[in-house]
Design a protein around this ligand. Sequence first.
Ligand SMILES: Cc1cc2nc3c(=O)[nH]c(=O)nc-3n(C[C@H](O)[C@H](O)[C@H](O)COP(=O)(O)OP(=O)(O)OC[C@H]3O[C@@H](n4cnc5c(N)ncnc54)[C@H](O)[C@@H]3O)c2cc1C
Length: 329
Amino acid sequence: METKLRARVAVAGAGAIGSAVALTLARAQFDVTLFDPAPPGDNASGVAAGMLAPVAEAVFDPVSTPHLALLRRARDLWPAFVEGLDLPILRDGLRVEGEAAWLATIAARFEALDAPFQRLDGALVDAEDWRIEARPALAVLKTAFEALGGRFEPRAFAAGDLPAFDAVVLATGAGDAAGLTPELAALAPIKGQILRADRGPATGPVIRGEGVYIAAGESPAIGATMEMGRGDLIVDPSATEALRAAAIRLRPELAQAVLTTEVGVRASTPDGLPLVGWSATPGVMLAVGARRNGWLLAPLVAGLVAAYLKGDNPGPDAASLDAKRFSRT
Ligand SMILES: Cc1cc2nc3c(=O)[nH]c(=O)nc-3n(C[C@H](O)[C@H](O)[C@H](O)COP(=O)(O)OP(=O)(O)OC[C@H]3O[C@@H](n4cnc5c(N)ncnc54)[C@H](O)[C@@H]3O)c2cc1C
């Protein structure tokens, strides 16, 4: 794209990625319109636990294991990204609890990654992982975007909107982006169900046990299922029963909790990293496919999108996230 000041950019999708992109572009003086037909927070980003957790992801999600350095760089962008926003970063870290034999396998994974951890009262403790409150964060990002003059359109972006803009950034998550680009064929849905409890730890580290995590808060989050290939939002108690049982083993008081189920669909590429950059379709840029790490990666993805639009050097992570890496013949 020919770069010019005040280029008109559409951002399709107001999840974590689209909201971060829209705010970053507005901060960089682009003329930005953000589109989303869904009610605020009615997406994967709204149901997410909000963990900014490079270490836990590398340890517990084998697809993310090779990406620890990149995930750490993404986390390190957060303090500057939230500067001036009412969006606190919770830095209580991670606590892994469980049977000795299982803990030994987890400790071995920390060691293999050279990730620092401590043993404390029979648990493994890591201070590196952070968290935010996801749903409130979406509202904060949108407010900040609009305060900079950004416009929000409560409808879907469609191919017919393209001529009105110099570029569109597709941040449509697992949504159907109306056949706008061939690269989206690399994405597969992963349904995630997460429980919200009416009691449990209000503050403190994310607690991980075998097959479950508990993220503290006003309504602690107990997550999350990984249902490969499923893109529906149907609540299925048979899929969450194992989560509930595992959470109660960690914190027995949760047996009395009233639990509400929320469902989101993550979009994933084969290597677990998002597609970021220009599509083969002229004027279309991709910012999709962040798998389990859409919040963690949001500022990094937004920075890359801004660099591409400005014609700047996109930096060391551009090649790993190249939007066309699965569609080159
Ligand atoms: C249960 C669960 C827990 C999770 N926990 C974490 C976590 O702790 N930390 C973390 O980093 N990640 C977590 N994730 C992953 C994270 O939620 C996703 O990676 C992230 O939400 C992806 O953000 P996104 O903006 O790409 O997509 P989404 O949040 O899905 O947003 C996409 C938006 O695009 C809109 N849209 C679709 N089509 C169009 C169109 N044509 N025009 C305009 N808008 C359109 C949709 O309405 C939607 O609002 C979790 C996910 C789940 C399901």
